[in-house]
Ligand binder design. Structure first.
Ligand SMILES: Nc1ncnc2c1ncn2[C@@H]1O[C@H](COP(=O)(O)OP(=O)(O)OP(=O)(O)O)[C@@H](O)[C@H]1O
Length: 329
């Protein structure tokens, strides 16, 4: 299938102004302010195929939200070209917004004091969805999410997970072909995250293309087929999830609280990354060498621990790995 999104040499520069710290400098900066440009997005190009799910990953401040805002037409690029389904998001904004959907984890589309169902009806009218389509879509989506029970309660009494499910329905009632998600699972518990992911996969099967930004590597692993990683506004990786796995290997990070201090962990595929203090250590476990249950049983034989948590590799470590693999090439 062809490209549904093309981004070429995209740039966003924010001009910020330096403020003086002391009284004298503050007064001075009233008359002469020193401009400090921030290159939030610095010459990024990528494309998205119709029917794909693409993950945009990066650490805090990398430029993910800025990119999504430009793609949804809410922010003007400083330079470069964006084309989504043949539209220029900022120039064609009026028609364009009717063709896309957006869910921003930190920003609600629902109205606090009224029930989600009223919001859905409002969007039905705004987007001109027929009665028949509306009934059918509500039926399909509320079945996927099990929301019937609470869509008639005021939004303010809903839990974050319940609200996010309603945000998705709200954003997708007009059946957009392309949906942008900015941190869609932020703050949710494991079960709610899983429900949201299942919903995204199901809607993707039915033909929706998704672009999602996230900090959560698990979101990407479970959803995305292709990944763009940005760091300091620049693209550092653009390939399939399969290639990303090859670069990273299958590593997990394990945080341990020990009963008594240990010098080393003598296990192949396991290395100590950090010692916070003599009783809490962080280790990396290479799952290609040792399975996680083998690791845990051998660890129990080697030492006593009072707590264990298994985590994904942090974004910063992933980026270091990517830079290293580029150098090795
Ligand atoms: N309105 C603004 N004015 C000035 N600088 C900004 C503005 N918005 C964002 N920035 C800066 O641009 C950079 C990219 O920000 P952006 O919000 O796109 O990052 P992000 O990858 O979404 O980060 P996070 O994961 O923390 O949300 C950051 O350095 C940020 O401080």
């Amino acid at each position: 299938m062809g490209n549904i999104i093309t981004v070429e040499n995209l740039i966003k520069r924010y001009d910020t102004y330096k403020r003086g710290s002391g009284f004298k400098d503050s007064v001075k900066s009233l008359f002469h302010r020193e401009k400090v440009p921030v290159m939030a997005v610095n010459n990024i190009s990528f494309s998205v195929k119709e029917g794909d799910i693409i993950g945009i990953l990066g650490p805090n401040g990398a430029g993910k939200s800025t990119t999504i805002k430009m793609l949804t037409g809410t922010l003007y690029p400083t330079d470069g070209k964006i084309e989504v389904m043949g539209y220029n998001p900022t120039k064609d904004r009026k028609t364009y917004v009717h063709q896309i959907g957006a869910v921003f984890g930190q920003k609600s589309q629902l109205i606090w004091d009224i029930p989600p169902i009223d919001g859905f009806r409002m969007n039905k009218a705004i987007y001109g969805v027929s009665d028949q389509d509306y009934e059918e879509r509500i039926k399909v989506m509320s079945k996927l999410f099990n929301v019937e029970e609470y869509i008639t309660r005021p939004t303010r009494v809903l839990s974050l997970g319940e609200r996010m499910k309603c945000e998705f329905i709200m954003a997708m009632l007009h059946q957009p072909k392309v949906v942008f998600l900015d941190e869609p699972t932020i703050g949710l518990d494991v079960i709610a995250k899983q429900k949201i992911r299942e919903f995204i996969l199901e809607m993707n099967k039915r033909g929706t293309t998704f672009i999602l930004t996230t900090h959560d590597l698990e979101d990407v692993e479970q959803l995305a087929r292709n990944v763009v990683i940005i760091n300091h506004g620049e693209k550092v990786f653009d390939d399939s999830i399969h290639s990303l796995r090859k670069v990273l290997g299958a590593k997990k990070i394990v945080e341990l609280t020990l009963h008594s201090p240990i010098d080393q962990l003598d296990m192949e595929g396991v290395s100590i990354l950090e010692r916070k203090n003599e009783l809490s250590i962080t280790v990396s476990v290479d799952l290609d060498i040792i399975a996680i249950n083998d690791f845990i049983s051998r660890l129990s034989a080697l030492c006593d621990f009072t707590d264990i948590s298994i985590k994904e590799m942090p974004m910063e470590t992933i980026i270091t790995h990517i830079y290293q693999s580029k150098k090795e090439k």
